[in-house]
Design a protein around this ligand. Structure first.
Ligand SMILES: [Zn+2]
Length: 297
């Protein structure tokens, strides 16, 4: 990922100090750190999930961080959206987060875009980046972002939280199912930084019928839940950039904070997926049945 010329540049004395715990870390090292520095990552949504993702990627030294979010900071965000603070009330989230990132690591170039993701701009948004991070709070937007990533051949790291639960999965073109393969037939379950299998398992008190369109403010989410899943998403991004480890491809990771349990289920490409066409891997996963067992028992 990133430009080869940039990658070839030696680390500066300051970078060697700042990233010393990366430089001695298996899977990163100097080569990995140069890859991180030359990487361009796009965080779509700078709320509960986007906050830890953006901050960890900035701390790690990702060279260019795109931030896309149309909203301004509200008081009810601060219970979980840790990139913002009380001084930022009313300020666009991308500006608030950019300010925090600037304080944390001035070596990171932030591309702040106070825009709402839509079918009209998704392709343009993802075009300039090596890896795209889903930190959205709506099912509809996740499909739009995922489809744009599939079309552009970009990897996408997905995460969602609701209540005390969360989930994560990584899409790498040609290597595993896309978001639509797994959630494609998905009911329009509402969505508070969620709207996925997690939302579908929220139980009778939180169905879309009970709450109507689930406004984020009306669905509870534990303060630390986006921290757990956001850190996992950031980890996936750093693995994709450095090439270390095994990404969550073809595996949906499920986290239950109440029981403090992680589970994972195998998910397969959908041969009739209208986004990726199943990339020839064949066989639809038994996601829906499995996830119900995994998180609604
Ligand atoms: Zn697909």
């Amino acid at each position: 990922m990133g430009g080869q010329a940039e990658q070839a540049l030696e680390l500066t004395a300051e970078e060697i100090q700042r990233y010393s715990r990366h430089l001695c870390l298996a899977g990163v090292g100097e080569e990995g750190q140069r890859r991180i520095r030359s990487a361009r990552a796009l965080v779509v949504g700078v709320g509960g999930l986007g906050s830890p993702i953006a901050l960890y990627l900035a701390a790690a030294g990702v060279g260019v961080l795109g931030l896309a979010d149309p909203d301004a900071v509200e008081l009810s965000n601060l219970q979980r959206q840790t990139a913002h603070d009380t001084r930022s009330l009313g300020v666009p989230k991308v500006e608030s987060a950019a300010r925090r990132i600037g304080d944390l690591n001035p070596g990171v170039r932030v591309e702040a875009m106070a825009v709402e993701l839509g079918p009209h701009n998704a392709a343009q948004l993802v075009a300039g980046y090596d890896v795209v991070i889903d930190a959205l709070d709506s099912l509809r937007d996740r499909f739009i972002l995922s489809d744009a990533c599939v079309a552009a051949g970009k990897p996408m790291v997905h995460g969602a939280v609701q209540g005390w639960m969360g989930e994560a999965m990584t899409y790498v073109p040609g290597r595993g199912p896309c978001y639509r393969c797994v959630f494609g037939g998905g009911a329009a379950a509402g969505d508070a930084e969620s709207g996925t299998g997690v939302g579908a398992c929220a139980g009778p008190a939180q169905t879309s019928e009970d709450l109507g369109p689930l406004a984020p403010e009306r669905v509870g989410v534990l303060s630390s839940a986006p921290g757990v899943i956001g850190a996992i998403e950031a980890t996936e991004v750093l693995k994709l950039i450095t090439g270390a480890g095994e990404p969550l491809v073809g595996r949906l990771l499920l986290w239950d904070g109440m029981r403090m349990k992680f589970d994972q289920i195998e998910v397969m490409a959908d041969p009739v997926c209208r986004a990726c066409g199943g990339f020839g891997a064949g066989g639809r996963g038994s996601y829906h049945g499995d996830v119900d067992d995994a998180c609604c028992d």
